[in-house]
Design a protein around this ligand. Structure first.
Ligand SMILES: [Fe+2]
Ligand SMILES: [Fe+2]
Length: 306
């Protein structure tokens, strides 16, 4: 299936899919609560973009292409196109299974099938917040938008699907990873888009802000347009979970409204699990599946438009 976008920009890198044999991993999620591990699957500290790791040159090059291409105009066109939700009809669980072969190249910590990461995140949250079932389900579904990498969803390149996200239409904050590469973005020198507020206004609310296009915003659109009954904090987590400039560096807070400030507290809780559950954890999929199916039934229609 091809994506129907006028003036589609050149996609600089190809999508690669890798598989890791499951027996290379071992169980490190301990009973009695979530334990934040110190190192990732490659033996390095988490989110260390300067580490001398085997994936490092790929990660820096990834951000170079990402920062060159994520413009205000690009984001608006992608939102309009993918907001049609006219590609596939399927359930949330079917989408989880579809993601099984996808590996996120932008992530220096994760080198395993996505379904493992989804269930690791959800199960780690469940252990520590047993009564917040909406947050368990948010853990399961937060990365489902990575189906954008698959040919049936347009086969978008990695830079248009994964990696840290940031607002477009206003100045790129210096806390954004590999900020120097924004100099190659046409918006960098456009006076309409390169001031602190840009096209937005103080306190406008993040739902009025265009974010760089990727799996976060796509899954947010899917959940919202299919009328999920998940609370607004869940939608906030889904849309901004890769927005590290906000939840780690406190940038762009001037664009937030009161509801955003409330929801940000949940995102900060969630983020700890999203990041640190990416370790050598094995989850018995068949054992936990009935619980997650019950949550999906509670908060989503049986089939969703994607
Ligand atoms: Fe993600
Ligand atoms: Fe994630």
């Amino acid at each position: 299936m091809t994506i129907l976008i006028e003036h589609q920009p050149q996609f600089g890198i190809e999508v690669e899919e890798k598989k890791i044999p499951v027996d290379e991993k071992e169980l490190v999620l301990h009973d009695g609560g979530f334990v934040a591990p110190v190192t990732n699957s490659f033996g390095q500290t988490f989110r260390d973009y300067d580490a001398d790791g085997e994936r490092q040159p790929g990660v820096e090059n990834f951000y170079k292409i990402n920062h060159f291409n994520q413009t205000y105009d690009f984001v608006r066109r992608m939102r309009q196109e993918y907001g049609k939700l006219n590609r596939v009809e399927m359930s949330i669980w079917e989408c989880c299974e579809l993601l099984n072969d996808v590996v996120d190249e932008s992530d220096p910590d994760l080198d395993e099938p996505q379904i493992e990461h989804l269930l690791q995140t959800a199960e780690a949250i469940r252990r520590d917040y047993p009564n917040e079932d909406w947050l368990h389900l948010t853990g399961l579904i937060h990365d489902l938008g990575k189906v954008l990498l698959l040919p049936s969803f347009g086969g978008l390149p990695q830079w248009a699907v994964v990696g840290d996200t940031f607002p477009v239409g206003c100045a790129f904050d210096e806390s954004i990873v590999h900020h120097k590469y924004f100099k190659g973005n046409p918006d960098f020198n456009n006076p309409a888009y390169n001031t602190k507020n840009g096209v937005y206004w103080e306190g406008c609310g993040l739902n009025n802000v265009y974010m760089s296009w990727g799996h976060d915003d796509y899954m947010y659109l899917v959940a919202k347009e299919n009328k999920t009954t998940l609370p607004s904090a869940a939608l906030f987590i889904i849309r901004y979970h890769s927005f590290y400039a906000l939840h780690s560096s406190e940038a762009y807070k001037h664009l937030m409204n009161e509801e955003d400030a409330e929801n940000l507290k949940w995102l900060q809780i969630f983020n700890k699990y999203d990041l640190y559950s990416k370790s050598k954890v094995r989850v018995d999929v068949e054992k936990v599946k009935p619980y997650y199916l019950s949550l999906i039934e509670k908060y989503f229609p049986a089939k969703l438009k994607w």
